[in-house]
Design a protein around this ligand. Sequence first.
Ligand SMILES: [Zn+2]
Length: 262
Amino acid sequence: MLFVDTHTHLYDEAFDNDRDSVFQRIIQNGVTKMVFPAIDSSYFERQHECASKYKDNVFMAMGLHPTSVGKAWKNELEFATEHLEKSFLPSQGVRYVAVGEIGLDGYWSKDFIEEQKEVFSAQLDLAIRYDIPVIIHERSAMDEMFDVLESKSRGLRGVFHAFGGSVETFRRIQKYGDFKVGIGGVVTFKNAGVAKTLEYIPLEKIILETDSPWLTPAPYRGKRNESSYIPIIAQKVAEIKKVDIETVASVTTANAEKLFRI
Ligand SMILES: [Zn+2]
């Protein structure tokens, strides 16, 4: 069985002491492709260094994360935009498979929510211009997110990462393009609402992710998360969808490969 972890921050400092051995475990568990979303300029070097070290298995996204939209948002947006634009010039070595992670986060603070909307909107335009998918992070800002999506053409595609919405939300987002949902460790938690929602979401719309080092699945909850736990998430999805884990592996891997063209 082969898997794709469509959302991992293996470049995070949480892995600085043992990244190579973590990487070995990931590969041994069949997770042979990983997507590294960007956060902001302060993570740029780490993300690129780590991706080039494991270049046969890692694909990068570029974008500005909503929680990094603060006083310096204009510079940060310019930074991400320039790197994306540059990568699409002929003969560039770096290839980004998505714009991400982008979106809106009103959970920690709504102080910069208007700026977040502007940044999100500009980055959706980049994805449309370069015809690549988006990796969307939405937390406590659903109405604002639909405001922004409503202003776009319908040609988007991408993933709602760490999806925790209702069936209605899932159906509504399909209006704006071909959107998958990213399912991670939360699905293994007791009484996870998303487990109920998943019953109504076709396997063809699901991709797997860890968001490591965060959102660790049971029974490792509370510890550092890593991509080698993807089969645990796949097993849980298999139980919910009443199929075998091999089916979950092959369908979600094909979904991810098609979405990101990897
Ligand atoms: Zn993330």
